[in-house]
Design a protein around this ligand. Sequence first.
Ligand code: TYD
Ligand code: MG
Length: 456
Amino acid sequence: MAKSKSVYECSKCGAQFPKWTGQCQDCGDWNTLLESAATIKAPTTAKTARFEGFAPKAQVQTLPQVSVKGTPRFSSGMAELDRVLGGGLVPGSVILLGGDPGIGKSTLILQSLALLSTENKTLYVTGEESAEQIALRAQRLGVQDAELDLLADNQLEGIIEVAQTHKPDVLVVDSIQTLYTEGLQSAPGSVAQVRETASRLVRYGKQTQTIVILVGHVTKEGALAGPRVLEHMVDTVLYFEGEQNSSFRLVRAIKNRFGAVNEIGVFAMTDRGLQQVTNPSAMFIKRAQKDATGSIILVSQEGTRPLLVEVQSLVDQSSLANPRRVTVGLDNQRLAMLLAVVNRHAGFSLYDQDVFVNVIGGVKVHEPAADLAILLSVLSSFKNKALDDNLAVFGEVGLTGEIRPVQRGQDRLKEVEKLGFTRLIMPRGNLAGATSDKLKILPVSTLQQAIDLAFE
Ligand code: TYD
Ligand code: MG
C-alpha cells in the first residue's frame, strides 16, 4: 500500500529528495525544493500505464516493413498557426502551447477551435475558467455560435472518460497546471501532477489518434512546474511570446517532430481577438520619426521567413565606473563583443558611455546577422547622426572587423526589395547572384567600409 509522506521536489527538474537542501542535487539549481505530500511508492508513469488496458502489443518489424503513409495534416483554421506547426495539425500528435499568463493562449485556442469545429469534433477542457467565461470570450471574438464542446473540469480521470465516449478529433486542455489525478496527493501544478497528467494525456492521444493540445504557463524564471518538464514528452512545443504592452504576438516552434523549428507565426492582439499578420515586416518597421538617430532597419530571419525589424540604440555619457550595456531582444554578451570590435577596428571608443540597444515590437533576434545593424545603430546614436531612412542592413561582424556572410542572403534581399527600401548594406560574401533593379546593393567586406557607406 502506498503511504503518504513528505518529499521535497525540485520545481525545476522534478527530482525528489527525502530532505530539504538549498540546492537541487540533480539539476544544481538553488532554492527550488518544495515540500509536497507524496506517496512513497512513486506512481511512475510507465508502470501504471501498462496495466490500464487497451495498449496494443507492439511487434518487431524491419525498417522496410514499416508502412509510411506520409503525414496527413489538416488545417488549424489559421494559416499563421499552420505555418508554425509545419503545415497543419497531424493526427495523434501532442502539442504543448506555452507562454506567460495573459499573453493570449486561451484566445488563440478558442479562435482556432471555433474554426476547426466546422469540420472536426473538438473538445475544449477548461480547468482555469468556467464555461460561462469561455462563452463570454467567444462572444467577444464573434464565435459564440461555433459547435465546439466545452468541459469545465480538472480531474484527469473524468476528462479521459469524457474524451473516450466523446471521441473528439482535437482535445484541448487549458491548462495542464490545473489538472490533477487522484493517484497523486500533491497539489495541481506540482511537477509530479503536471508530468503524470500530461503523460496520461499523451498516451490517450497516441492510442486514439487524437490531437491533444496542452496549454501551459511559464513564468519568467521557468520556476513554477512549468511546461519545461513536458517538453520531451510531446511532439511539438510552441511558445507564445510578446510583450504585455505591445500588441504583437509571436508563436514560435521550439521543437517539432513534424516540421521545422524556429518557424514563427505572427499575430496582433486586437479588441476582437488575435489577427493574423501575414506581412509582419511591414508592421515592425513603421517608424514613428524620420531622421531619428540610433535607428536602423535590420533584415533578420525567423525560420524560413525574413523579417524586417527596427533596431534602436541610445549611447550616452556614463557616470558609472562600469558603464551599462543593456539590450532588449538581443544578446547582451554579443553587444559587449561588438563594442570591442568597433573600438579596435574602427576607432570608436565607447568605454565611458552607457549603451542601450532595443529591438522594437518585442521581437527577439538571436542571430549573428544582426551584428552590423547593432553597430551601425550604436554609432548613429554616438555620432548623433541619423541614418538614411531607406537603408536596410544585415551581416555578421567578425572579431577581425570583417563582415561575414549569413544564411539566406537572397531571401533577405527580396524582402527588402518588396518593402520598398532603396539601399541595402550586405556582406560581400552573400553577393553571388544578387541583383536588383529597384535596390542599390552596397556589398561590404569590412566594418570600416560599412561605416563609410552608412554615414557617407
Ligand atoms: P488570454 O487568452 O486569456 O491569455 P492566457 O490564456 O494566455 O492567459 O488573453 C488574455 C489577454 O488578452 C487579456 O489581457 C485580454 C486580452 N484580449 C484582448 O485584448 N482582446 C480579445 O479579444 C481577448 C479575448 C483578449
Ligand atoms: Mg488562459
